[in-house]
Design a protein around this ligand. Structure first.
Ligand SMILES: C[S@@+](CC[C@H](N)C(=O)[O-])C[C@H]1O[C@@H](n2cnc3c(N)ncnc32)[C@H](O)[C@@H]1O
Length: 286
């Protein structure tokens, strides 16, 4: 994030919906510049501790799942509200009250790479304490996904999106990858707010039987995965760590023909969550 200046006459101009009508337009231009400057002041105040929501869809998901969003900007307010009419009427009113129009150059200065929807927002990260409480709560009605030392930020985001879609209790990562890294949040499409996402050591994992996915395990088709399971997956490079293997109660394999070494991490999570949901998990997605 670089220049945050309230560049009301910057690249792209004031944008649709803010320019004044001809000679009587001046007061509107001044009001638009004031709106943009005020939005940027709020942005600056929150950018450190908050999470960047990059694009309309991330903002839409975050709002649906109760995220606190102190500021949201766009260089195309009319376009964003038209998208809301079409795709997210449930949060259209909230977006109408929240989205401030800023010049395109100003919007672009807030994000690493402008999103086609030209929307960006900041959200308050859920408290670790609340997430740990959610992960530890028993009885657990839906599994926790454990990514053991994942390396790829895009995989982590895709897994969080899957976990949200299947209503999983949470996603825990071990190792050095930050599951709240902006690239992971971007990959997760704002769905970090729909499930509990935290980084923990193997020794701190929540209670519950660990079903660790490994090509050498027992065929998943012969198993029902319990609702309180921890479904653990190894790293892209080296598979399950020694610590995770030691904590595992079961090793489980996904069907795969000989000569194929392994599946991608996120697709392995997708197959496993689908298997859980299709084999009668009590809390499974309706
Ligand atoms: C890309 S794979 C890891 C490959 C790694 N080179 C290895 O030695 O295991 C990432 C993770 O996906 C899961 N996975 C991939 N294919 C699998 C399969 N056929 N059965 C069970 N788990 C699998 C495992 O948890 C694995 O650790």
């Amino acid at each position: 994030m670089t220049d945050l200046g309230p560049d009301a006459s910057g690249p792209g101009g004031p944008g649709p919906g803010v320019s004044g009508p001809g000679r009587t337009g001046e007061p509107d231009v001044a009001a638009a510049a004031a709106t943009a400057a005020a939005a940027l002041a709020v942005w600056r105040a929150h950018v450190g501790p908050c999470v960047l929501l990059d694009g309309f869809h991330a903002l839409k998901h975050a709002l649906r799942f109760g995220a606190e969003v102190p500021v949201a900007v766009t260089s195309d307010r009319a376009g964003a509200l038209a998208l809301a009419d079409e795709l997210a009427p449930d949060v259209r009113g909230v977006l109408d009250g929240l989205l401030d129009q800023v010049p395109h150059g100003t919007y672009a200065s807030l994000v690493a790479r402008p999103h086609p929807t030209a929307v960006a927002a900041l959200a308050v990260r859920p408290s670790r304490t609340a997430n740990l409480r959610a992960l530890a709560r028993t009885p657990r009605r839906t599994p926790v996904v454990v990514l053991d030392q994942p390396r790829n930020l895009g995989n982590a985001g895709a897994v969080i999106r899957l976990a949200a879609g299947f209503g999983a209790t949470g996603v825990v990562t071990t190792g050095t990858l930050d599951p709240w890294h902006p690239t992971v949040v971007r990959g997760g499409a704002g769905l970090h707010f729909a499930t509990a996402v935290e980084r923990l050591d193997v020794g701190e994992l929540p209670p519950g039987p660990v079903f660790a996915l490994d090509p050498e395990g027992e065929d998943i088709r012969a198993l029902e995965l319990p609702d309180d399971a921890l479904l653990a997956f190894g790293s892209e490079r080296s598979g399950l760590s020694r610590e995770l293997r030691a904590r595992a109660d079961h090793l489980v394999a996904l069907p795969m023909r000989p000569q194929v070494s392994s599946y991608n991490l996120a697709t392995s999570v997708a197959m496993t969550l689908y298997h859980w949901s299709a084999t009668g998990g009590v809390g499974h997605v309706a």
